[in-house]
Design a protein around this ligand. Structure first.
Ligand code: PSV
Ligand code: MN
Length: 406
């Protein structure tokens, strides 16, 4: 598809001093994991609308995730959530995934859907509940070992609804003690990715409310603990890319849960509402990829990119593909930023020129570039169109309604 439009684009970028081959390489290398739960039925606290064709078990979720990979070429991993994805034989799951060209990605313990966790899990004042929570965390480490995953993604619903409801400082200590036990159980090449969220389901305080608390926890635990940024977990107006830059510089950015938010933790299709935010996030990553500090460069190589979404109204596989292509588009644009131009403007303290150097990359149409990258990767130029014109969506209707739900 190196047509005339691409040739003009190539010339334009070469004239700007952009190494287009290096950009293409980066676009081929990025991998984004999709979440098993994003293929199941989901809803709001008002209603879960059931869709026809939703996977009924982990095998079918893996098959659906394999469709996303087949059409995009950059999604070979599927994250699992335990016990939603509990299996009798995880070796078999690993084999099944491999047969479909897939692998199991991050293992997510679920410490929020058991009656015992009403007042918290790892920071519950009841030692029996904390013990049960730690046992679940250890079980998930073992599952990760069996499926061959290196990442444990941790999110805690722990928190309180009212002032005085619990002792915040004691809860902080209990959480640390619980996570330290888990940390001890990790293999050398495993990681704990610690997520944070400032509200929901608790509305007064959350035990890990922001990146600083996750970072502090990770620092106390040790080098195998890093921070996971879920883009939907911040108050309105938060500068996410600043958090990303800070964590990259501290070499503690472990991963992302990408999704869009408009008001709360809306878990919508990536970049549906504010594509510029994701572009600026990738700007920080691209800038760190080119840092003179090898440790920072290495951190960028180990970022676990994951989606964390639920599609309440829209069909799930197409929504996932749309999210992935949005990620690619914004990463491609960020890779077109002339970092030297930005740096020169910064040195001159030329505010307008610096902002312009960043923004103009956002304004390029990267469709011809992505067409060529996809062609070279052997996937369709338009992944969503290709999926929609395949028969898969029709075939899975035979599963009927009432598939997996959370
Ligand atoms: C919580 O809102 C979260 O972002 C965590 O990552 C959970 O594991 C996931 O959503 C699914 O509930
Ligand atoms: Mn998340």
């Amino acid at each position: 598809m190196k047509d005339q439009v691409y040739n003009i684009f190539e010339q334009q970028q070469t004239d700007r001093g952009i190494d287009l081959e290096a950009v293409k390489q980066k676009l081929k290398e990025i991998q984004v994991e999709t979440p098993s739960w994003g293929y199941g039925d989901s809803g709001t606290r008002f209603k879960v609308f059931q869709q026809e064709g939703v996977p009924r078990n982990l095998y079918e979720k893996i098959q659906d995730a394999a469709q996303v990979h087949k059409h995009t070429g950059i999604c070979p991993g599927v994250a699992i959530h335990i016990p939603w994805d509990q299996a009798d034989d995880y070796q078999e799951i690993k084999r099944f995934a491999a047969e479909h060209g897939m692998k199991v990605g991050a293992v997510n313990p679920n410490l929020f859907q058991d009656e015992d966790y009403k007042f918290g899990s790892v920071s519950n004042s009841n030692p029996k509940v904390r013990k049960k929570a730690v046992e679940h965390l250890l079980e998930c480490v073992q599952i990760a070992r069996e499926v061959g995953s290196k990442d444990l993604s941790l999110w805690f619903a722990d928190g309180t609804n009212y002032p005085g409801q619990a002792d915040i400082r004691k809860r902080k200590h209990w959480m640390y003690e619980s996570l330290a036990e888990m940390y001890q159980a990790l293999d050398d090449d495993m990681r704990m990715l610690i997520e944070y969220k400032f509200f929901e389901p608790a509305f007064y305080h959350t035990d890990l409310a922001d990146w600083g608390m996750s970072y502090n926890m990770a620092m106390k635990l040790g080098p195998k603990a890093e921070v996971l940024v879920d883009t939907g977990h911040h108050p309105q107006g938060t500068n996410i890319e600043h958090i990303v830059a800070y964590l990259l510089d501290e070499k503690r950015l472990g991963g992302f849960h990408f999704n869009s938010r408009k008001y709360a933790d809306d878990d919508l299709i990536v970049a549906a509402h504010n594509p510029y935010e994701l572009f600026l996030t990738f700007f920080q990553i691209v800038s760190a990829q080119n840092d003179s500090d090898a440790g920072i460069r290495k951190t960028t190589e180990n970022i676990a990119y994951m989606l964390d979404q639920c599609h309440n109204l829209e069909p799930k596989i197409p929504a996932m593909i749309r999210s992935i292509t949005n990620v690619q588009t914004l990463y491609a644009k960020a890779l077109l930023i002339d970092l030297k131009e930005v740096e020169d403007a910064q040195q001159k303290q030329d505010v307008l020129a610096a902002e312009n150097a960043v923004r103009k990359a956002f304004e390029f149409d990267v469709t011809p570039l992505l067409n060529v990258v996809r062609e070279e990767m052997g996937v369709p130029a338009n992944p969503l169109e290709a999926y929609l014109s395949s028969s898969y969506g029709e075939e899975i209707l035979a599963r009927g309604k009432g598939g997996a739900s959370w």
